[in-house]
Write a protein that binds this ligand. Structure first.
Ligand SMILES: Nc1ncnc2c1ncn2[C@@H]1O[C@H](COP(=O)(O)OP(=O)(O)OP(=O)(O)O)[C@@H](O)[C@H]1O
Length: 488
C-alpha cells in the first residue's frame, strides 16, 4: 500500500531520515515506534507529502507521491497530526465536516446527503456527537483528539496516518480507539499507520512494527520479534524487561526502575504460628511462583499464610471463602500467598540453610494419611479421592531467573517424593510408595536480592540446598506427626 525506498529528509541542513526503506501492507495496523527525536513525525510527514524528501521515493498504491494532486491524495490518506489544530473558531461539527471537503462537488461546493451521513457516522463512532455544537476550544485535550479523529474518518480514507493517536486519551478511550481502528481495518479495508509511544499498546494492536532509531529503521517485523528486551533496551537506553501477556500472545514490556537501597534478607522474615495459622511476614514483597489457592502463579507477596482447616472442610468456592477469611484478619489477598491444610501446624518441619551465595528458609506441613502415588493415581475411582496435603514454603535470598523458579519447583517436588519414600508413606489405595498427596502446594519465594542464580536443578548449588532442605523439613513434619500420634 505504501512503500518507501532510500528516503532521506531533514530540516535546514540537518539530516533526520537516513536511507529509510519500508513497506506498509494493505489492511494492516502498522506501528512506528522509537525514542523522542528519532524521526517518526518527519517520516509520517514525508509519507503524506507535507514534508519534502532530499532523496528517495515514496509510492502510494503503486503511484509516486509527487504524481498525486492534493485533493487526490486527501481522498486516499487522512492524517491525525500530533498537535491537533484547534485555534480556529469552529464548532465540533464544522471541524468534522472539514474532513468531507475533498469530496464536495459543484460550484458551490455544498455537502450532499451522503456527506452528512458520513459526518454523522464518524461523530457517532468517536462519541463526539454529544458536543456537536460546542466550540472545539471548549473541549478537553482528549475530546479534541476524538474530534480530530472523527474529521480524519469523515474523509473515508483508504490509509489513516495517526501521529500519537492515544495521546491525551484516558485508558478507556485508548483501548476503545484502538479496538475501533482494528474493526475498521476489517470492515472498511483500512490501512492504518500509527506513531505510538506506548510500547504495550503497539504490541497489543499492531500487526507490524517499525522501530526507528536516529533516523534509521533499526528493526521491523511482528510485535513478538520487535518486543525484544535487548533491542529495546539498546534503542531506548533504559532497563526493560519483557513479560508475556496473561491472556493474549502479545509480549509486554515493563520498565525496570533502579533498585532501591533497602536491604532484603530472609532474616527479616518473621514467623508467627498458632493452631489455626502459620504466617510468614516480610517487610518487603518477595517474587513468588506457587500452586497456592491464593496468589498462585507468578506474584509478588509479603505475607505467606498456611491455614489449618478441619479435615471435613469442603466449600464449593474455596478461593473466595479464603479471600474473605484473609480480609477478615486484615491480610490483603493481593499481597498474600495462601495455602490450606488439615495437617496440624505444630508438626511443621522448619529448616534454615546458609550458603556463601544464598540463604534458604524452608517450612513444610505434611498430612500424609491420604497420600497418592502419582504414577498409579489413574487406578483410583472417584470415591477413592480424599484430601491430603503437603504444603512446602521455600524462601530464598538470591536473584532468580524465571527458569530457576520452575527448576526450584521441580527439585522440591522430587525431594518431597524422596522424603515420602524414605519414611515409607504408602498410597492407601494402590499400596505402592506415595509420591505426594492429592492437593499438595508449593511456594518458591525469592527476595530477588544479592547473587544472581540462573538455575536450580538438582545438581546446582541452589538445587542441592533445596533438595536437602525440603527432604529434611518433610521428614521432620512426618516424624513430629508420628511421635504425637504415638503419645495419644
Ligand atoms: N520544523 C523543524 N525544524 C527543525 N528541526 C526539526 C523540525 N521538526 C523536527 N525537527 C528535528 O528533527 C528531529 C526528528 O524530529 P521528529 O519530530 O521527526 O521526531 P519524533 O521521533 O517524532 O520525536 P517525538 O517522539 O519527540 O515526537 C528532531 O531532532 C527534531 O528536533
Amino acid at each position: 500500500m505504501i512503500s518507501a525506498v532510500k528516503v532521506n529528509a531533514g530540516y535546514e541542513g540537518k539530516k533526520v531520515l537516513n536511507d529509510i526503506s519500508l513497506s506498509i501492507s494493505k489492511g494492516k495496523m502498522t506501528g512506528i515506534i522509537g525514542p523522542n527525536g528519532s524521526g517518526k513525525t518527519t517520516l509520517m510527514k514525508v509519507l503524506n507529502g507535507t514534508h519534502p524528501m532530499n532523496g528517495g521515493e515514496v509510492l502510494i498504491k503503486g503511484k509516486r507521491l509527487q504524481d498525486y494532486s492534493a485533493k487526490e491524495l486527501a481522498r486516499v490518506i487522512a492524517v491525525l497530526p500530533q498537535h491537533a489544530e484547534s485555534s480556529f473558531d469552529f464548532t465540533v461539527r464544522e471541524v468534522v465536516e472539514l474532513g468531507r471537503y475533498p469530496f464536495y462537488k459543484g460550484l458551490l461546493k455544498a455537502a450532499s446527503a451522503y456527506d452528512e451521513q458520513v459526518v454523522n457516522e464518524a461523530m457517532e463512532l468517536t462519541g463526539v456527537q454529544g458536543f456537536a455544537h460546542k466550540n472545539i476550544n471548549q473541549l478537553s485535550g482528549g475530546e479534541q483528539q476524538r474530534v480530530m479523529l472523527a474529521k480524519a474518518l469523515a474523509q473515508e480514507p483508504e490509509i489513516l496516518l495517526l501521529d500519537e493517536p492515544t495521546n491525551h486519551l484516558d485508558l478507556s478511550y485508548q483501548m476503545k480507539l484502538m479496538d475501533l481502528l482494528k474493526k475498521w481495518i476489517f470492515s472498511k479495508e483500512l490501512t492504518v499507520v500509527a506513531i505510538l509511544h506506548d510500547l504495550n499498546i503497539a504490541s497489543l494492536y499492531c500487526d507490524e512494527i517499525i522501530l526507528l532509531d536516529e533516523g534509521s529503521v533499526k528493526a521491523d517485523g511482528q510485535p513478538r520479534a520487535i518486543m525484544n528486551q535487548d533491542l529495546l533496551q539498546d534503542v531506548y537506553d533504559t532497563n526493560l524487561t519483557r513479560q508475556e501477556h496473561p491472556s493474549t500472545p502479545s509480549p509486554l514490556i515493563a520498565p525496570v526502575p533502579e533498585m532501591d537501597a533497602q536491604e532484603k534478607t530472609i532474616q527479616s522474615i518473621e514467623l508467627t504460628a498458632s493452631k489455626e495459622l502459620m504466617v510468614f511476614s516480610s517487610p518487603f514483597p518477595l517474587k513468588t511462583l506457587s500452586s497456592a489457592l491464593i496468589g498462585g502463579g507468578f506474584q509478588w507477596a509479603s505475607t505467606f499464610v498456611n491455614r489449618h482447616v478441619d479435615k471435613n472442610y469442603y466449600i464449593d468456592d474455596a478461593h473466595n471463602e479464603y479471600k474473605d477469611y484473609l480480609q477478615q484478619r486484615q491480610f490483603d489477598p493481593h499481597d498474600t500467598i495462601g495455602m490450606m491444610t488439615a495437617a496440624r501446624l505444630e508438626d511443621a518441619g522448619v529448616v534454615s540453610i546458609q550458603e556463601k551465595d544464598f540463604s534458604l528458609l524452608i517450612a513444610a506441613t505434611a498430612g500424609t494419611g491420604n497420600a497418592v502415588d502419582a504414577a498409579q493415581s489413574w487406578i483410583r475411582k472417584e470415591e477413592d479421592v480424599t484430601i491430603g496435603t503437603i504444603n512446602i514454603w521455600i524462601f530464598i535470598e538470591s536473584k532468580l531467573t524465571d527458569e530457576a523458579f520452575v527448576q526450584a519447583m521441580m527439585t522440591a517436588t522430587e525431594a518431597k517424593s524422596s522424603a515420602l519414600r524414605e519414611h515409607e508413606v504408602l498410597d492407601p489405595v494402590t499400596k505402592t510408595m506415595a509420591t505426594g498427596t492429592s492437593t499438595d502446594s508449593l511456594c518458591i519465594a525469592s527476595t530477588q536480592s544479592g547473587t544472581h542464580t540462573m538455575y536450580a536443578g538438582t545438581i546446582t548449588l541452589l538445587g542441592k540446598a533445596i533438595g536437602k532442605g525440603v527432604y529434611e523439613a518433610i521428614g521432620q513434619a512426618i516424624e513430629n506427626y508420628r511421635k504425637r500420634m504415638a503419645l495419644c
